[in-house]
Write a protein that binds this ligand. Structure first.
Ligand code: PLP
Length: 404
């Protein structure tokens, strides 16, 4: 089939707007009539620097990042997974340096404070589980507190326990708090910012719902997202960091004396932001794609408009599933993701295979659930047009009718 015959609902890498791919294709061969392709051009050329700077600007415009320099935007490699490590290193570093400053450089006092200190992780799906495990691996179990674990309580991911049941560390001993805003594998999304984390340094993984709704950046210490779902292709990750975190980091010597881990240079945010994302060779082509995608969102009315479209598509898809009579949406209703719609079909795997086969025949592809959980998953990212969601909702209704 050709592109125009297919709507691709894959979870990531995910579909991109046709117009962006056309521009990117032309740039691969000859970027801006320079005679050199974008993949070939130096990351230190004026043109590359301009692409990175404008990608930062678009991101800051869309997210409404304060313009007073209190936040810094960074493009990195290593995917969302590298951020699991970088967040832990840099936020621990910030806490250590603050503690050292408050104790007039007394390392013994910092050690004593560390004995009660913890980073709080909300484990609400496969990705926050991985992030918590990485923090445990790097920082040690003693410094990590899993404040809630949806799977431990209910045997499967698909819910978020009420905030009053979370076992949060008292604020004075909290190093930072971490959550995944949208769990791609399990279809669980936080309906709103978890209020009980307020007053702590909050890091959020928004890999699969970034730019799909408005965000109050001021509530976060770090927001990160792998680009390959809602923003671009695989290979770059965007990070928005509170600037004081970059300025307040311990020396390697301090970390050694405290027996704490030393971040690899590629996870050390101040080094990377100090070089405006170009400490080493950044894949500028991938940043270019993100920039073009973001320019399109801005032109269509920004996140307010994008949020409305995302919600409408999700509502149409969920209502066709709810009314079908044969579908079971995996997560609980109050935490259903607008981006990753996970469901099972009554009758077992053969019926699910028949659904997928019929979908493929209609040009609706990429609907298989993550290999770890099975079932079906509709990824309803920004690039999925309303007519694609409508066509899929139509197939959901038609298949249900055929089973009765
Ligand atoms: N976080 C979330 C929410 C994800 O969906 C993914 C990947 O699908 C990751 C992190 C890991 O990203 P990467 O594969 O870019 O390391």
């Amino acid at each position: 089939p050709s592109r125009s015959d297919v709507y691709y609902f894959g979870a990531g890498p995910a579909a991109l707007p046709q117009v962006v791919l056309e521009r990117a294709s032309a740039s691969v061969l000859n970027h801006d009539n320079s005679g050199v392709g974008l993949i070939e051009q130096s990351h230190r050329s004026a043109s590359s620097t301009q692409i990175v700077a404008s990608a930062c600007q678009h991101l800051e415009t869309l997210l409404g990042v304060p313009k007073d320099g209190s936040y810094t935007t960074l493009w990195m490699q290593g995917g969302g997974t590298t951020q699991f490590s970088a967040v832990a290193y840099n936020l621990l570093g910030y806490w250590v340096q603050k503690s050292l400053d408050a104790n007039n450089g007394d390392l013994e006092a910092v050690k004593a404070a560390l004995a009660n200190a913890k980073a709080d992780y909300l484990v609400t799906g496969s990705w926050s589980k991985k992030a918590a495990e990485e923090a445990q691996r790097l920082l040690g179990d003693e410094l990590v507190n899993v404040a809630t674990n949806s799977k431990a309580a209910t045997k499967k991911f698909g819910s978020i326990a009420p905030e009053e049941t979370w076992n949060l560390t008292p604020k004075e001993n909290n190093i930072f708090s971490y959550f995944c805003d949208n769990e791609t594998v399990d279809g669980v999304e936080f309906p709103a910012f978890p209020a009980s984390l307020e007053g702590t340094l909050v890091a959020a993984d928004m890999s699969s719902n970034i730019l799909s709704r408005r965000v109050d950046v001021s509530k976060y210490a770090i927001i990160f997202a792998g680009a390959q779902k809602n923003v671009g292709g695989a290979g770059v990750t965007l990070v928005v960091i509170r600037s004081d975190i970059l300025k307040t980091q311990p020396t390697v010597d301090t970390l050694r004396k405290l027996g704490l881990p030393i971040p690899p240079i590629m996870c050390h945010y101040p080094t990377l932001t100090g070089a405006s994302s170009l400490y080493n060779t950044l894949p500028i082509f991938e940043v270019f794609i993100c920039r073009e995608v973001m320019a399109g969102i801005i032109a269509r009315g920004g996140l307010e408009a994008q949020e409305k479209v995302a919600n409408e598509k999700a509502e149409e898809l969920y209502s066709s599933l709810d009314q079908g009579g044969i579908y079971n949406v995996v997560p609980e209703k109050n935490v259903r993701s607008r981006m990753n719609i996970c469901f099972r079909i009554e009758g077992g795997e053969d019926v699910e295979k028949a659904f997928l086969k019929g979908a493929e025949e209609r040009g609706l592809t990429g609907l298989k659930g993550h290999r770890s959980v099975g079932g079906l998953r509709i990824s309803n990212y920004n690039s999925i047009p309303q007519e694609a969601a409508a066509k899929l909702a139509g197939w959901i209704r038609e298949f249900a009718a055929s089973r009765k």
